[in-house]
Design a protein around this ligand. Structure first.
Ligand code: NIG
Ligand code: FE
Length: 407
């Protein structure tokens, strides 16, 4: 065994319900994988070289941010100001601002610059216990620029202290070059961008923005068919600002997750339940756009649809690189419980990335991704914001210390 953690209060989340806490536990790790997670009396740690006494610290699975747009250049603070002067988001988008203003800045930026900017943004997430992050393209919208963004995301994934899942989001907005013919851009995605991303193994999944200011349900379906032809998983930004039926279409095609879903109706919820699709809630965008249409939390609960929570970190609708703020907002804005929030950033977030059997729980056979906290109850993780509660993270069995002082 390479590493043993002793004296751990372990929140395993390895069960259908509840935190699944094991007190006074031990965790054994070998080759980056958890090989023992249970009561200490069943385990003899004598002779193991790397024993870490966690002194009763609470240990959870490493947190997973399953929806981000971490790679981009520039910022949209001036649009933020415009919106506060009364101009709506959709109007800014139609006037060539919004997503397209970030597209211009991102096309101009080098891979090196994008890598530096994204790495900096990741700091906040790591300091809050995140060990896996999903990163989308979608601000390039040309073959070269979409691949550039994905290469940056892959490069971030080469760092030893973070796992990255990459998603091609070429169908994010209509690039100006195709403004007279959206279908031709969809064709270009299916025929050129998607095959190239698949060929270079740059994307783990393919995403779309199914919305009036994005693409129609039919156009999104074409992108999904092409993705599946190349063996890539699918997911969607759906039902964020209106109900176009994108979630139902995505779920029926086997999407891993549908994200935002404020306008999802009962039929849509039933489709998610029937197809095993995760509902990813993005309270940061809800908050930042001052939406008042609530996602259908009660119906999702009733039909046992797994709910994930993510930052949706992006320059337009959620410039908030804090997973714990999202957990708190999911409680205060969506009335979710702290337990649902922790499940939403661990086991359900893993499922939203197709990593359900690999990450997001503490149990034997899972990758050793852990967050070691100074808190005494897991509800504290959703309750408090901005306090350095993280002691250390373990990523694929390797230890990264965040706090040296005794708290
Ligand atoms: O997830 N909904 C579409 N895409 C992003 C917003 C991107 C932007 O405004 O730059 C989102 O909210
Ligand atoms: Fe998003």
């Amino acid at each position: 065994m390479d590493r043993v953690l002793t004296n751990v209060n372990m929140v395993t989340l390895a069960g259908d319900d509840g935190y699944q806490v094991i007190n006074d536990a031990m965790i054994g790790i070998q080759d980056g994988v958890i090989v023992y997670a249970g009561h200490k009396e069943h385990f003899d740690c004598h002779g193991h070289p790397d024993v870490m006494d966690c002194q009763g610290a609470l240990v959870t699975p490493g947190l997973i941010d399953c929806h981000t747009h971490l790679v981009f250049a520039g910022n949209r603070a001036s649009e933020f100001e415009q919106r506060l002067n009364g101009v709506p988001y959709e109007q800014i988008a139609k006037a060539g601002g919004g997503i397209l203003s970030t597209v211009r800045a991102t096309r101009e930026a080098s891979e090196e610059t994008l890598f530096r900017l994204a790495s900096e943004r990741l700091h906040g997430l790591k300091n809050e216990g995140v060990t896996t992050v999903e990163i989308k393209s979608g601000y390039g919208l040309t073959l070269d620029d979409e691949l550039k963004m994905l290469r940056v995301a892959r490069r971030i994934g080469e760092m030893p202290d973070i796992n990255v899942s990459t998603t091609l989001l070429a169908a994010h907005a209509l690039p100006p070059e195709y403004s007279d013919d959206p279908d031709r851009y969809i064709q270009f995605i299916c025929d050129e961008i998607l095959p190239a991303a698949a060929q270079e193994n740059l994307a783990d999944a393919v995403d779309v923005f199914c919305e009036g200011i994005g693409f129609s349900t039919q156009q999104c379906q074409r992108v999904f068919h092409a993705a599946q032809k190349h063996g890539l998983a699918i997911k969607g930004h759906t039902e964020q600002l209106s109900n176009l039926g994108g979630s139902t279409m995505a779920a029926r095609m086997g999407a891993l997750s549908v994200d935002h879903i404020e306008y999802l109706d009962n039929e849509g919820v039933a489709a998610l339940a029937a197809c095993g699709t995760v509902a990813t809630l993005l309270p940061g965008a809800f908050y930042f756009l001052r939406e008042n249409q609530m996602p259908p939390i009660d119906q999702l609960r009733e039909l046992n649809v797994p709910m994930a929570i993510a930052t949706d970190f992006n320059p337009g609708t959620s410039p908030i690189a804090s997973i714990r703020t999202m957990m708190n907002m999911a409680c205060t804005l969506f009335r979710m419980t702290p337990q649902e929030c922790l499940q939403g950033v661990t086991t359900n977030a893993a499922q939203a990335l197709g990593m359900g059997g690999l990450r997001g729980q503490i149990r034997e056979g899972m990758q050793a991704d852990l967050a070691i906290w100074t808190v005494s109850h897991p509800a504290e993780l959703s309750y408090r914001i901005g306090v350095p509660d993280l002691k250390a993270r373990v990523v694929n069995g390797e230890l990264f210390i965040h706090q040296h002082s005794e708290r």
